[in-house]
Write a protein that binds this ligand. Structure first.
Ligand code: BDR
Ligand code: CA
Length: 312
């Protein structure tokens, strides 16, 4: 039996890279393609990094398409202060040999969705939503063809990480996020509220190193590098592993919980730019447009992740 077809839109980033590995290692999923966007680092690097990860997983056959090099309206903001100069600092891996596809990410998304029966493909954005918004703008008729969008982004009870109000992915391209959240596509968001429970602890790094594999060592190296910023910032025992939560949710939703809510995006006021305004208590009377995930069984999540990394 083949897995659930997904396309991952991403800006790797160490946590994106681990999400890609988790997806490529999981037979419950079939990765139909990877589209890259500017975010954690500029587009040439996110496009390079996605291919580094495919080759590390032994999956040079996966189509990787580069997309938007800047947000729809605002100037690009990057996060080298978190992810390092390359976006994948922490492991020494070779330059990729596999090619980038010639097709723009937004065109690839539209074509892939048109070629499949409606309700087949799930989109998994792990970075700013620019490519998804461009595809929706270019071909609005794809809306009913998307099974679901399951994304990492936003934060409500935890506030923001890019500004006091905004999480990085939504902050970088709030106009794109607004297009996605008003599109009518079924949405699930995994915000900081849940990813801040997926804390990388020293014992997880030890288990990854104990695998004694190239992939286990690379993941441990990335995560050690990546978490230093958040450990200093939040004073926690470990840094949050954001993006793999999206992938785990797709095939183990029972280890997560949340509720249907109305979510709107702040895209005009500078003070709260990129805020995800979640009507958790249903006070607006507006129709729910998103499943907002708030809790996670962290040990079950890391057990799953490490078991899958061990397969590569
Ligand atoms: C998100 O921003 C990026 O730094 C991570 O890759 C993740 O997608 C967390 O706010
Ligand atoms: Ca990301």
């Amino acid at each position: 039996m083949s897995g659930r077809p997904i396309i991952i839109d991403t800006d790797p980033g160490q946590d994106d890279a681990v999400a890609l590995l988790l997806a490529l290692a999981s037979p419950e999923l079939e990765v139909r393609g990877i589209t890259t966007v500017a975010g954690n680092v500029p587009l040439p690097l996110t496009s390079r990094n996605a291919r580094v990860v495919c080759e590390l997983a032994g999956r040079a056959d996966v189509a990787v398409c580069a997309g938007a090099e800047r947000p729809l309206v605002r100037p690009l903001v990057t996060a080298e202060y978190v992810h390092g100069r390359t976006g994948l600092d922490g492991a020494d891996l070779p330059e990729p040999q596999m090619p980038l596809q010639a097709e723009h990410a937004a065109d690839f998304l539209v074509r892939a969705l048109r070629e499949e029966a409606p309700g087949t493909i799930t989109l998994c954005p792990l970075g700013p939503l620019t490519n998804i918004a461009l595809a929706l703008q270019r071909a609005p008729e794809i809306v009913p063809r998307i099974r679901e969008i399951v994304l990492m982004g936003g934060g409500f009870f935890e506030g923001g990480n890019a500004t006091p109000a905004a999480e990085f992915n939504i902050y970088v391209d709030p106009q794109a996020a607004d297009i996605v959240f008003t599109s009518g596509v079924p949405l699930t968001m995994l915000p900081l509220d849940v990813t801040h429970q997926a804390l990388i602890k020293p014992r997880h790094l030890e288990r990854l190193r104990a695998l004694g594999t190239r992939v286990g060592d690379a993941v441990a190296g990335w995560l050690e590098f990546f978490e230093r910023y958040d450990v200093e910032k939040y004073g926690l025992e470990g840094g949050p592993l954001h993006d793999p939560c999206v992938i785990a949710y797709l095939f183990h939703p029972e280890i997560f919980s949340g509720r249907r809510c109305n979510v709107r995006i702040e895209a005009s006021s500078e003070l709260t730019m990129g805020m995800t305004v979640v009507d958790w208590w249903g006070v607006t009377g507006l129709q729910p447009n998103c499943t907002v995930i708030r809790r996670l069984d962290s040990e079950a999540f890391f057990d799953l992740l490490i078991e899958r990394i061990a397969r590569l």
